[in-house]
Design a protein around this ligand. Structure first.
Ligand SMILES: CC(C)(COP(=O)(O)OP(=O)(O)OC[C@H]1O[C@@H](n2cnc3c(N)ncnc32)[C@H](O)[C@@H]1OP(=O)(O)O)[C@@H](O)C(=O)NCCC(=O)NCCS
Length: 151
């Protein structure tokens, strides 16, 4: 697979939510529903679809609270993972957050999600906390690592 070319970051459209939720089911053991994405749009969160040419290769949801930005979802479709697109999506979210007065960027991640941890680590996030049993998991619950990046 070649390196990423130009990416277009387009505000997520209501009409795309069923399709995006179907992608989420391919990427996460406990995916968001189309209703969860609709709620995020309704709440005024910053919701993005990412295109490379005509093809949607990712999506993300960012919530701003005063000068804090929270990444609620960041996803790259499986066939396009490992091409540097997650990093570029993360950079886009950081830029959006900065442009809206964000000083810090936060997210939660499963300790078992090694690709995501690698991405965040390389982007300069540091772990600032751990929420016990935050996520549902097979046979019980899984902690969340809380990570922070100064913008
Ligand atoms: C996490 C995710 C967004 C990463 O996106 P990606 O496009 O595959 O990541 P990138 O190619 O931009 O990689 C960024 C860095 O992380 C590293 N990395 C990514 N996947 C990795 C893996 N499986 N193992 C080790 N390192 C990895 C890369 O080496 C890269 O570092 P480099 O630029 O120094 O080489 C993507 O895997 C994904 O959508 N996963 C499913 C959904 C998910 O779990 N989202 C995060 C929820 S918290």
């Amino acid at each position: 697979m070649s390196d990423a070319n130009t990416l277009d970051f387009v505000p997520m459209a209501e009409a795309d939510l069923e399709w995006i939720a179907a992608q989420d089911r391919l990427l996460y053991p406990y995916p968001w529903t189309a209703g969860n994405f609709a709620d995020a749009l309704q709440a005024g969160y910053s919701c993005w679809s990412v295109f490379e040419g005509q093809e949607q290769i990712g999506y993300a949801v960012l919530m701003m609270v005063l000068d804090e930005a929270h990444i609620l979802n960041i996803s790259v479709m499986k066939p396009h993972q490992g091409r540097g697109l997650g990093r570029r999506l993360l950079e886009h979210l950081a830029e959006v957050a900065r442009s809206r007065g964000g000083r810090q960027l936060f997210l939660e991640v499963r300790p078992s999600n090694l690709p995501a941890l690698a991405l965040y680590d390389k982007a300069g996030f540091r772990q600032i906390g751990r929420r016990k049993g935050y996520y549902p998991a097979e046979g019980g619950r899984e902690d969340a690592l809380v990570m922070q990046l100064h913008l």
